[in-house]
Write a protein that binds this ligand. Structure first.
Ligand code: GDP
Ligand code: IMO
Ligand code: MG
Length: 428
C-alpha cells in the first residue's frame, strides 16, 4: 500500500513544503492534487530558498517525478514562470521529471479579474482570497464550461476556447458595472505558454495507477489546509477545492486501497491569512511575537501574497477535527523553535459557545465566531531547541507540550521540526 497523503491540519502554511521535502526522499512520484498557485510552499535546502506555488515541493529530489493532478487549477503563465525560476536556480525540470494532468483546469485572465471583482463587491465581508482566480476557475469547472489543460496540445483550439472564455468573463464584469477585459487579453502569452507546457501533458491517472500497482511510492502533497477545505472548512471563509485527504483520491484518480499513511502537518501554534474565524487569535504583543517581524523568511508573512498572518495559540479542537476529517495516521509538528522563550503556553482543548461545551468545532460561522476557547496551560522553556535531533534533546517542557498535542487529537506525533532547514528535524 504505497500511497502517503500529506495534508495541512490547520489553515494552510503549516510547513507542508518542508515536511514534503523530508518525506519525498523515498518517493517515486510527488503529486499535487488540489488548488493552484494560491499555495506557497517553502523549502530551504543547501542554503537555497525555494518558494513553490504550482510545482510539488518534492520535485527538488532528483529521483522524483512531479505531478500536477486532475483536481488542480493551473495558470499556465505562472507555471512557466516557476519552471524558469527553478532553472535559474539550477533545477531544470524536463518532461521526464514533470507530468501535468490533461484533466486539470486552466485559470484564465477572466478568472483573475472576477476573483478581484467579487472580493471588492464583498467589501468588509471579503474572503481575503489570494486573487489568483482560484474560486472563479472552480466555478467554471463545476458549471462544465472550463478549459482543461489537455486542450493546450492543440493551440488553435486552445486560443479559440480562451477567447470565448474571455468574452464570457467580460460580460460578467460588465454586469458588475466593471471594465471588461482588454481585447485578446494575454491570449498570445497563453498560446506561448501552451506550446512550452504541451510536452509535459500526460494521462496522469494511468501513470499514477500503473506506478501504484507496481508498488511505487506516491506522495500526495496537499495544499491549503483542513480548515480551508470547501466542504469541511470554516465556510464561506475557505478555498474552492478539497484540501483534505479525500481530495487526494478524487484529485488524482486512484482508490483508497493504496493509502498507507495520512500525515497531518500542524504548526505548534495557529496562523491564518485572510478573513474568517480564528478562535485562539492573539492580538497585541503575544501575537506579534509569534508572527515575527518579517526579517526572517520563516516569519509569518504570506509566501504567496506577503500579507501578515494572524497568529494565536494552538487550537486542539481544530486539530482533533482535522485528525477525524482526514483520518490522520500521524502528525508532524512544525516551528516548535518559535515557542522558545515564552513563560507560559496555551492550547485550546474545547470551546464554550453560549454556555455549551464543544470538543469539535461547531459548523456554523455564527457559533464559531462566538467560540470561547477553553485553554490548558503549559510551562514554557528557555533552552534553544534548534539543534535538537532526538526527542530526548528537547527540554522537558517542550516534550510535555508535544506529547499533549498527540494526546488531544489521538494521533502519534512522528516528527517535530525545530527550524526551516532540511536537517532541523526531531524524529520520534
Ligand atoms: P506551507 O504552505 O505549509 O508549505 O508553509 P509555508 O512555506 O507557506 O510557511 C511555512 C514557513 O515556515 C516557511 O517559511 C518555512 O520555511 C518555515 N518553517 C517550516 N518549518 C519550520 C520550523 O520548524 N521552524 C521555523 N523557524 N520555520 C519553519
Ligand atoms: P498553502 O498551500 C494559507 C486562503 C486565502 C483565503 C482563502 C481563499 O501555502 O498552505 P483562494 O485564493 O484560495 O480563493 O483564497 O484561502 N488560502 C491560503 N492560506 N495558505 C494557503 O496555501 C492558502 N491558499 C489559500 O488566504 O483566506
Ligand atoms: Mg504556504
Amino acid at each position: 500500500m504505497p500511497a502517503t497523503i500529506l495534508v495541512g491540519a490547520q489553515w494552510g502554511d503549516e510547513g507542508k513544503g518542508r515536511a514534503v521535502d523530508w518525506l519525498a526522499s523515498s518517493a517515486n512520484i510527488v503529486a499535487r492534487y488540489s488548488g493552484g498557485d494560491n499555495a506557497g510552499h517553502t523549502v530551504f535546502v543547501r542554503n537555497q530558498l525555494f518558494k513553490l506555488h504550482l510545482l510539488p515541493s518534492g520535485i527538488l529530489h532528483q529521483q522524483t517525478l512531479g505531478l500536477l493532478g486532475s483536481g488542480m487549477v493551473i495558470n499556465p503563465l505562472r507555471l512557466v514562470e516557476e519552471l524558469d525560476q527553478l532553472a535559474g536556480m539550477g533545477v531544470h525540470i524536463t518532461p521526464e521529471r514533470l507530468a501535468i494532468s490533461t484533466r486539470a483546469h486552466i485559470i484564465t485572465p477572466a478568472h483573475i479579474a472576477l476573483d478581484g471583482a467579487s472580493e471588492k463587491a464583498l467589501g468588509s465581508q471579503a474572503i481575503g482570497t489570494t486573487q489568483r482566480g482560484i474560486g472563479p476557475a472552480y466555478i467554471d469547472k463545476a458549471s462544465r464550461r472550463g478549459i482543461r489543460a489537455g486542450e493546450m496540445a492543440d493551440v488553435e483550439n486552445f486560443a479559440e476556447a480562451l477567447e470565448a472564455a474571455l468574452e464570457r468573463g467580460s460580460r460578467a464584469l460588465k454586469n458588475m458595472a466593471l471594465e471588461p477585459l482588454p481585447a485578446h487579453a494575454q491570449v498570445a502569452a497563453y498560446v506561448h505558454a501552451a506550446k512550452r507546457l504541451s510536452p509535459y501533458l500526460r494521462d496522469t491517472v494511468q501513470l499514477i495507477n500503473e506506478a501504484l500497482s507496481r508498488g511505487g511510492q506516491v506522495l500526495c502533497e496537499g495544499a491549503q489546509g483542513t480548515l480551508l477545505d470547501l466542504d469541511h472548512g470554516s465556510y464561506p471563509f475557505v478555498t474552492s477545492s478539497s484540501a483534505t485527504a479525500g481530495g487526494a483520491l478524487t484529485g488524482l484518480g486512484f482508490g483508497p486501497k493504496y493509502v498507507e499513511r495520512v500525515v497531518g502537518v500542524a504548526k505548534a501554534f495557529s496562523t491564518r491569512v485572510g478573513g474568517g474565524p480564528l478562535p485562539t487569535e492573539l492580538s497585541g504583543a503575544l501575537g506579534d511575537r509569534l508572527r515575527g517581524t518579517g526579517e526572517n523568511f520563516w516569519d509569518e508573512f504570506g509566501t504567496t501574497t506577503g500579507r501578515p498572518r494572524r497568529c494565536g495559540w494552538l487550537d486542539g479542537v481544530m486539530l482533533r477535527y482535522a485528525a477525524a476529517v482526514n483520518g490522520l495516521t500521524e502528525l508532524i509538528v512544525t516551528k516548535l523553535d518559535i515557542l522558545t522563550g515564552f513563560d507560559e503556553l496555551k492550547i485550546a482543548v474545547g470551546y464554550k459557545v453560549g454556555g455549551q461545551r464543544y470538543d469539535y468545532p461547531p459548523a456554523t460561522l455564527a457559533e464559531l465566531e462566538h467560540a470561547q476557547p477553553v485553554y490548558e496551560s503549559f510551562s514554557g522553556w528557555r533552552d534553544d531547541v534548534r539543534r535538537a535531533r532526538d526527542f530526548g534533546d528537547l527540554p522537558r517542557a517542550a516534550r510535555d507540550y508535544v506529547r499533549r498535542i498527540g494526546e488531544i487529537c489521538a494521533t502519534p506525533v512522528r516528527a517535530v521540526s525545530v527550524g526551516p532547514e532540511r536537517e532541523q528535524l526531531v524524529l520520534l
